[in-house]
Design a protein around this ligand. Structure first.
Ligand code: GUN
Ligand code: ZN
Length: 443
């Protein structure tokens, strides 16, 4: 008989097919870096994964009274990670007809002004976090607005759900409406206060967030670099090389600098724990500098399609001689979906159009372990291995009649993943776990 008193009250388990990455499918064969259990058990204890293995071996070792939830016709995955998203733009998804700069002026800067109202920000943050969970996304790197309290609102919503969340107040002291501009010094002070309030509280992390080089003065970028150096463990997030028009504009604003990457690099805003959205039109020298500095890119395929920004070349990013850390991202509200499955599908289609290859397992890596690596969080999230934080998404492999039918003809794991990536969406998320607790259940 097993001693019930030995059980921690927070210990529970789930059972089903499960998949996680143990390495990088861009540098090794997918088979060699995927840990797949056809009938697996995952034990969760105090918010962490304590054991993961095949049921036949693990089940006999577990106490008789441990609660085990079984998920048939499912795939247990690490929670999805969205490496770049704007929560205040939830209200303008699908506001179209413009390219980047006009889209910012016409829709984004209008919507973001409403966040001067704290109640509006709080409501938007609540909807945003619920929608992440409904889509199986357990961590995101999030842009707020210029308003300090817009970041408070995000962190409060994420904290109350125990989510591991990165976020930051946008810094913007030029080329934006008056109501959305801070100054180099107020931006620094407000970000500093937010770091003191939130960075390292529970599972929250702060990202210093200059919107992009075009909307910050050199002084603001300089102070952003200082703030980053002064606060260890914080992040930097911004945008780079999304459209040619933007690149040309940045060059006219920073005539002393040798290109877009060089602007950020000059102000000390590159290196591990910095992540830049897009990078569609980087030069060869810039790819090399991303690699050399350990700076990460967030690939935002549905956004790039929606705004017509161009075709990100994942093959170029992963060139064996100088691979760059890449994570997948929605970039909502230019991105058109919260679903990382749909985002993976768009990444695949963009790769085809760019003349690159992207397998389903590679796309899944970019949304889980690869994203964690891009965010320097691979010791905490993105895998199912023991010691990881127990953030999970449970995929329904029969979420629609046509997927159910199509799956009957999938005769390998890679093909199953391909169908999931091509046809799956929010309906495929059966459940989402945060730190070992059920945080969303579809049915
Ligand atoms: N570049 C600067 N700001 C933004 C933004 O809000 N969305 C996108 N897609 N690109 C940007
Ligand atoms: Zn963005």
């Amino acid at each position: 008989m097993k001693n019930n008193n030995m059980n921690s009250p927070t210990r529970s388990a789930i059972r089903g097919a499960a998949l996680t990455f143990t390495g990088d499918p861009f540098s090794e064969s997918a088979d060699s870096v995927m840990h797949y259990e056809r009938d697996g058990i995952l034990v969760m204890e105090d918010g962490l994964i304590s054991e993961f293995g095949d049921t036949e071996t693990l089940l006999p070792t577990l106490p008789d009274d441990i609660e085990i939830t079984t998920y048939p016709d499912s795939l247990i995955l690490p929670g999805f990670i969205d490496c770049h998203v704007h929560y205040p733009q939830t209200q303008i998804i699908g506001a179209g007809g413009e390219a980047l700069i006009d889209w910012l002026d016409k829709y984004t800067f209008v919507a973001e002004q409403a966040f001067a109202d704290r109640a509006h920000a709080s409501k938007s943050a609540e909807i945003f976090c619920d929608e992440l969970l409904r889509n199986g996304t357990t961590t995101a790197s999030v842009f707020c607005t210029v308003h300090e309290h817009s970041a408070d609102a995000l962190f409060e919503s994420a904290h109350s759900r125990s989510m591991r969340m990165i976020g930051g107040k946008v810094l913007m002291d030029r080329n934006a409406p008056d109501a959305l501009r801070d100054t180099a010094h107020t931006g620094y002070d407000e970000s500093k206060r937010l770091i003191d309030r939130w960075h390292g509280k529970g599972r929250l992390l702060y990202a210093i967030t200059p919107r992009f080089a075009a909307s910050s003065t050199p002084k603001q970028l300089e102070l952003a670099g200082s703030l980053w150096r002064e606060n260890s463990g914080t992040y930097v997030q911004s945008h780079i090389s999304e459209t040619q028009q933007e690149i040309d504009w940045v060059q006219t604003l920073y005539t002393d600098r040798n290109g877009y990457f060089d602007v950020y690099d000059h102000f000390g805003l590159t290196g591990p724990r910095s992540i830049y959205g897009h990078g569609i039109h980087l030069t060869n020298d810039e790819w090399l500098r991303f690699h050399d500095t350990g700076t990460a890119l967030a690939h935002c395929p549905t956004s790039n399609q929606f705004l017509g920004s161009g075709l990100f070349n994942i093959g170029k990013a992963k060139e064996a001689s100088r691979p760059v850390a890449v994570g997948l991202a929605t970039d909502l509200g230019a991105g058109t979906s919260f679903s990382m499955l749909q985002t993976m599908g768009a990444a695949y289609q963009i790769a085809r159009l760019a003349g690159a290859d992207l397998s389903a397992s590679q796309a899944l890596y970019l949304a889980t372990a690869g994203a964690a690596r891009a965010l320097c969080l691979d010791d905490k999230i993105g895998t199912l291995e023991s010691g990881s934080e127990a953030d999970l998404t449970i995929i329904d492999l029969k979420s629609t009649p046509i997927i159910d039918y199509r799956m009957q003809f999938a005769d390998s794991l890679e093909e199953t993943l391909f169908v999931l990536m091509t046809m799956g969406d929010d309906r495929a998320i059966r459940a989402t776990y945060i730190a070992g607790d059920l945080a969303y259940q579809r049915d």
